[in-house]
Write a protein that binds this ligand. Structure first.
Ligand code: ZN
Length: 296
């Protein structure tokens, strides 16, 4: 079965060597407090390209989508897009990349995004407006969404479940923001991360289901949030065509048992979550490849 991970993060070795120094120097205080929280162990793991490719091989993963972080500064977005550009050129058969963008940088953000998409990036995100401090109706964010809709390029957005208590640093992401976005950009392919923070339940309402018809949900970081019955339950709510496997590697998804990131354990959870072979095939790769306009 082909496995394509839709939600992987990657940082250069300069970053992982000393995240606090790097984050402080680049004025990425939000990111720094997420990956290196003061006073407790972080669930963030680190992997260079060789380790990531080795872990992919060990788990039978064909390809990974590298997602950008929701940086506060466009300069950091540009830096990360440059790392990703090198990686997808070096490993075109294994790695895909989404471009990251800070709409507060206005025209410079749009120019950078268009350059990345022209260079072969196949999506946008992961974006997190509350962390990047731009409004959902920011005109430049609307332009980003319009570029995505015009090019048929998916956009991955972070969602924090409003009710699950977490020690992680986060900000509220009211679900109505995403409903409005889907309504305002009916042609855009939205990927809502982390199971859409509970939004799939609302698809039982026919009106909302119609608005959300172009939304897909990824399962990134799922073991930190929900038990594995979530796979069966969400597929029963929205169907098997709009659920995407994504891990959030190199996050430690089972922090009590894991010292280092890896893909296998979560894939085992997915394999034993009560899905049919056809459903697994869709979730593990077919749905994402369809969204990206690739052959299966
Ligand atoms: Zn993520």
């Amino acid at each position: 079965m082909r496995i394509v991970d839709s939600h992987v993060h990657f940082y250069s070795e300069e970053v992982s060597a000393n995240p606090v120094t790097w984050g402080t120097e680049h004025r990425e205080l939000w990111w720094t407090s997420c990956v290196a929280p003061v006073g407790r162990r972080s669930v963030q793991g680190w992997a260079n390209a060789a380790v990531m490719l080795r872990d992919m091989d060990r788990a039978g993963i064909e390809k990974c989508v590298l997602l950008g972080w929701y940086w506060e500064n466009q300069e950091t977005c540009d830096l990360q897009n440059a790392w990703f550009n090198d990686l997808i050129k070096a490993h075109p058969d294994r790695l895909l990349a989404f471009a990251t963008v800070q709409p507060r940088a206005k025209q410079a953000a749009l120019d950078s995004l268009e350059r990345a998409l022209d260079a072969g990036f196949c999506g946008i995100g992961e974006l997190f407006p509350q962390a990047q401090e731009f409004a959902y109706d920011d005109p430049y964010f609307s332009r980003v969404m319009q570029i995505a809709a015009d090019r048929g390029t998916p956009v991955n957005l972070h969602i924090t479940d409003p009710l699950i208590p977490t020690k992680a640093v986060t900000r509220a992401t009211p679900l109505e923001n995403f409903v409005r976005l889907a309504k305002d950009f009916p042609g855009a392919k939205l990927i809502l991360a982390h199971w859409g923070g509970g939004l799939p339940f609302y698809e039982l309402n026919p009106h909302l289901r119609e608005i959300l018809r172009n939304v897909s949900y990824d399962c990134a970081a799922s073991p930190l949030l929900y038990d594995r019955r979530v796979f069966r339950q969400v597929i029963d709510l929205v169907g098997a065509d709009r659920v995407l496997y994504g891990s959030d590697y190199p996050l430690l998804l089972y922090p009590r048992e894991q010292q280092a990131p890896e893909f296998k354990r979560f894939l085992n959870d997915l394999a034993t979550a009560g899905l049919t072979t056809e459903e697994q095939e869709k979730v593990l790769g077919k749905n994402l490849l369809r969204l990206l306009g690739c052959e299966y």
